[in-house]
Every structure is written in C-alpha cells, then in structure tokens.
Design a binder for this molecule. Sequence first.
Ligand code: SF4
Length: 363
Amino acid sequence: MDLDLLSQTLAEIGQPAYRAGQVWRWLAAGAGWQEMTNLPSSLRGELAERLPLSSLTLREEAHARDGTVKALLHTADGRPLEAVMMRYRDGRRSICLSSQSGCPLTCSFCATGTMRFARNLTASEILDQALHFTRRLRRAEEEDSLRRPRGRAPARVAPGTDAAATLTNAVFMGMGEPMMNLDAVLAACERLPDLGIGHRSITISTVGWIPGIERLASQAMPVRLAISLHAAEEDLRSELMPVNDRYPLDQVIEACAAFYAARKRRIFVEYVMLAGVNDRYEQALALARLLGAVRGTAGSTIFKVNLIPYNPTATSAGFAGSNRDSIEAFRSVLADRGIPVTVRLTRGRDIAAACGQLAAAAG
Ligand code: SF4
C-alpha cells in the first residue's frame, strides 16, 4: 500500500486523518479491504476502487521443499524485486527484504549485481514485501481453522506449515545495498513491529557502506548490523566487491568498532564460501586475525561470523561453492581462535533463493 497515497485519498474524499491508522492496522494484520469491519462499507468499497492493496504486483512465486517461499514482485513502474520467507522448525518466520531494484554495486559473485540497477525502493514498497507474506500467513491460518473440527485447539505447528504463525524476523539481505537507501529502509523498519517483527529482530546488512554504518550507529532504533565481508585481504575483497576500493576493509572494521562502541551490539559478519577463492586455511587465519584484533566489553570479540554455503546461479561467473569439508575446516580455524562462528543453514536451494536469482533468470 502506498501509504502517502492512502492519506491523500482519504483527505480528498473528506475522511478524518485517523482512518489512515485504522487501514494500516488492518493491513499489518494481513487483512483485505472487505475485512476492515470498523470502516463503513461504502468507504471500504470506495477505497478498494481507488487504491490497490499493494504497491507491488506478484509476478512469480517459487516454493521450496523446506517451506521457503520466494516472490518475484514488480513495482507499479515495472521494476523487479524479490522477497523471501524462510520457515524454521522453532516457529520463526524470517523474511529477506530488498531495498533496491537491481543494485549498482556489481559484486562479482552475486546474481543481482549482474542486473541493471533500476532505482531505490520506497518505504511502502519495502513494507509491501513483508505484507505480501503477512497476507499469505493469514490466509493459511484461516484455511486451517476452517479445516479444524469446531472446538478443537490448533495442532502443534508443523514445520513448513503456517497455521497460527506470524512473521518474526526480517533481514535486509535481498536485492540492493540498504545503506544507499537508508531513509526508506528506516521508515519501513519503524512500522515492522506492527507486523510482529520487533526492532531487535531486524538485521540490516551492508557491504561496508561507511556513511550508512555511521548513521545507523546514531539511531535510537535497536536494529542489528551485518557486514558482508567475504574476504579478509584488501586485494581479493576488491576483486570480489569493487566497493572495497571506495571503502577499504580496514576502514570498514574501524566503522564496525565505532558502531559497537555506540550500540553495544555484536555485529554479524557474512562470509560466502567460494571454492578455491576465499576458503583456504591461511585465509581463515587472516579472517581470525582481522576480527580478533577488535575487542569489546570485557575483552570479548564484537563479531559473530556466519559462513554461507554458496548457492551457484546461472550468472555465477565461474564461482563454485566450497564443499562441506572445506567449510568445516574454515569454521574450526575461527572457532579455535575464539571467534564465534556458525554455518548458515541453506534454505530454498531448489528454488534459487539467493538474492537476485529469480529476477536475473526472469529478466
Ligand atoms: S551482494 Fe549485495 S551489494 Fe553486492 S551486488 Fe549483490 S545486492 Fe548488490
């Protein structure tokens, strides 16, 4: 929903300003126009005629065996973007949001980086990605309650189903660099708690766009920061991520230290595992040295590393993912040197769930 257009339309038809808040609360609960029962039915009809429920149109949806759903959406001016919902056994429903259509930063291993950059998304277009999945969860819950015999409580939620579930987490790791569109990203984050996603459950991921990291450090909103690092050596990082020439690794690490000093929140480090490129023993040692040199409260490390098994794409420019043994060896080098490290669960591998894969394939 274009929320500015909603307010403007309500004003044009002589409705009080509080109606915008009423409509938003229904939208945030995943409702359609006809379910907004505290609005007069004539108003519901008029709004339905004048305003699309979403600023985005669904073009394609892919469903993985593990319950991951990926949506290819288009803005009103035809710009493609993607959003993904991942389901976890512990009940979490995490969404991966895009902040731009395409991306100007051309990281060599990334499908989005091969697409033409279109534009920044608006706050409403970012929120509409989340609302797409909120509506899907509400519909699933309604279908479940219709199937259930009267009076019987909902069964324990099984993995891969949506009964009695809401969104719980959001990560800005979809298409685009969120720090290049930070006003819209923060405006969207302001409203995500209305959908069930608390600020502490939101992670903004950046390639190391230093002005954005500095600005985020000064915000009151307690969102988390993640850095896409992918190499601990300047030259290799510049090869993989040309943005490193503008914001070199040592300065990015300094900005992270300042962020930690201001916010006292551990920073996630994303490291995609590319076979023969950044997965060697000495590269793990270099990463451990780089991250271990920065210490926070009580001498503990301020970073937590996520090793990401690479999801190859049709546009992978010759990159292949590291095998399981290499990832485990890399992990243990970091763990042995006191760097907290996990290997990310691969989600949606059978539906090209990595950033930009669906849009790059479609376009
Ligand atoms: S990895 Fe992120 S910043 Fe780099 S090209 Fe892809 S979307 Fe852009």
